[in-house]
Design a protein around this ligand. Structure first.
Ligand SMILES: C[S@@+](CC[C@H](N)C(=O)[O-])C[C@H]1O[C@@H](n2cnc3c(N)ncnc32)[C@H](O)[C@@H]1O
Length: 159
C-alpha cells in the first residue's frame, strides 16, 4: 500500500482557510452583536417618542402643541411662583415656563424623557430654573405645588 503523503503546500492552504473562516465567524458574531445592540438601544430611546400607542402599559407621550403651550403661558402671565408639570414628557412646558421666569419642575415616569428634558433645558440655558424627576405623579406631594399643568386637556389646563 503506498503511503498517503500529504503535500505541505496543501496543509498550509487548509490551515490558512480554517483560520480565515474562524476569523469571518468571529467577525459575523461581533457584527450581529453591534447591530442588535444598536437596534435595541435605538428602540429604547426612540420608542417612547415615536410609538406611544404600541406600549402595553398605557402611558402615552403626546407632546403639547404650540397652541397649548401658548395657552399655558398666557395663564402664567397673571401669576407668579413656580410651576409643576405632572407627566412632563420631553419637558417642553417646564422649559417654556422657565423661559418666562418661573421656577419649573417636571415629574415624569419615563427616564429617557427625563434625561432628554434635562439635556434640552441645559441646551436652552434654563437648567438653573428647571428640575426634572423620574417619578410617579401619584406619589408626589401635591401640597408643595403652586401651579400645576394638567395634561389630557385640549387647551393645556393650569390648576
Ligand atoms: C400627554 S403626555 C404630556 C407631556 C407634557 N406634559 C406635554 O404637555 O408636552 C403625558 C406624559 O405623562 C407621563 N406619565 C403618565 N403617567 C404618569 C405618572 N403616573 N407619573 C408621571 N408621569 C406619567 C407619560 O409618560 C407622558 O410622557
Amino acid at each position: 500500500q503506498p503511503e498517503m503523503q500529504s503535500n505541505p503546500s496543501t496543509e498550509t492552504y487548509k490551515q490558512g482557510s480554517a483560520g480565515e473562516s474562524a476569523f469571518k465567524k468571529r467577525l459575523g458574531i461581533i457584527a450581529t452583536c453591534v447591530v442588535g445592540g444598536s437596534l435595541v438601544a435605538l428602540y429604547a430611546v426612540t420608542g417612547p417618542f415615536v410609538a406611544p400607542a404600541l406600549r402595553k402599559v398605557c402611558l402615552p407621550f403626546v407632546p403639547a402643541t404650540r397652541t397649548q403651550i401658548e395657552n399655558v403661558l398666557k395663564v402664567l402671565k397673571t401669576r407668579s411662583g413656580s410651576l409643576v408639570d405632572s407627566g412632563s414628557g420631553d419637558g417642553r412646558i417646564v422649559i417654556a415656563a422657565a423661559k418666562s421666569g418661573f421656577k419649573a419642575v417636571g415629574f415624569e415616569l419615563n427616564p429617557w424623557l427625563v434625561w432628554y428634558s434635562r439635556y434640552k433645558a441645559w441646551r436652552e440655558g434654563v437648567h438653573h430654573n428647571t428640575s426634572f424627576y423620574i417619578s410617579d405623579l401619584w406619589k408626589v406631594r401635591t401640597d408643595i405645588l403652586q401651579h400645576g399643568h394638567l395634561w389630557g386637556s385640549s387647551n393645556g389646563m393650569i390648576i
